[in-house]
Design a protein around this ligand. Sequence first.
Ligand SMILES: O=C(/C=C/c1ccccc1NC(=O)c1ccccc1Oc1ccccc1)NO
Ligand SMILES: [Zn+2]
Length: 417
Amino acid sequence: PVTNLREKEVPTAITPAVSKVTEKIPTDQVAQFAPKLRRVAYIWSPQLIDLCNLLPRVLHRASRVHTLIESYGLLTYGPITVLPPIEGGKEHLLTFHSQEYVDLLEFLNEEEDSEKWMEKKEEFGISCDCPSFPRIFEVAKMIVGASLTGVQALTSKEYQVAINWTGGWHHSRRDEAAGFCYVNDIVISLLKLTESFKRVLYIDLDLHHGDAVQDAFAHTSRIMTVSFHKYSPGFYPGTGSVEDVGYGRGRYHCVNVPLEDGITDVVFYTVVKRVMFEVQKAYQPSAVVIQCGADCLVGDPMNSFNLTLKGIGNCVDFILRWNLPTLLLGGGGYHTPNTARCWTQLTAVALGVRLKSEIPDHQFFLEYGPDYQLEITPSNRPDLNTKDCLRTTVQTVFRRVRLVFQVLSIGNWMLVQ
Ligand SMILES: O=C(/C=C/c1ccccc1NC(=O)c1ccccc1Oc1ccccc1)NO
Ligand SMILES: [Zn+2]
């Protein structure tokens, strides 16, 4: 039994009300009442956690995230299945990354020095932002293997949601590490998904623009990328203006929603819901990938957005209610306890259950002080997003997204002719 649910809040997916209803009406009608029970695949193994704990910019974050999720009893709750990651190999990395870059990561794994590779490191982005570290290549393969295991879970049709909180590295380029991202598990997963799904939608909720994922698919309409992020002079990576719409066949299949500091749960959710409603109507995706970077939360050292678990949770819940095969990935998140809180909450959202506020006792309990609560409180910093600015941005996005619908319908029309 899930030990840490609020007593009265039985999981919404199987509330007693539904069981009462089924007693009274003939079985063939029950389907319309029973809310869709979502089967969720949670990708995990001890090795995955041990390796991802080594990532220099998020040291030991992987174990905090997993242990908190486990402490709430979510991994023994009905419709979730824990799947160990397949062994990622060079061939998986090479579906996106260059041979030379992959060879460099393999060389760096053993941390031997050699003149040849030393000056190349800089050229491939292995520098202060993305320092080299022991077992870097094993970590890269494992992260990609985990995200691909999530993809496999969805294409098997046995699961509606797949979760890999060690993935979501959206800045990594074909032949360059960037913004703490060493391999782009997202691009590799999206490529795999397009083998089974006609139109795949990528949504990036991280504080930073999902630049490398957008650029990888800027020329195709097979994948539509939508990114909500802070966009202001000098803020990394500096791309993602609303004018950034993609090229050629991919034109209008890149959507960027630039935002300012201080955005709150209600404003963020309103913008995401309205934009994603239009995108879903126009593009009609058959599968979705969501990067859930937690550096958009209040309390993150980035100190930019003013979001709590409620804001990002409502956004993910809105998209999951489309009942499309959906892959949830991690990403940024430099306040480790808050990142663990966030992805625990999102795991519960995927399962349709509510969690009690008290952090359960567990190995890292003391790191959740001084309140030891699941929820985080917003700050009273000003929201620099003015109503006019947001309205203009959203209207501009609407106009472009509706063009996607026209492209799609012309495409269908030509198919019919
Ligand atoms: O989160 C990201 C990228 C972050 C980033 C990219 C390029 C340069 C700096 C970046 N991050 C930071 O400055 C940053 C800001 C707040 C807290 C930790 C941050 O990183 C770290 C993390 C650990 C150690 C040093 C720096 N993308 O989603
Ligand atoms: Zn980020």
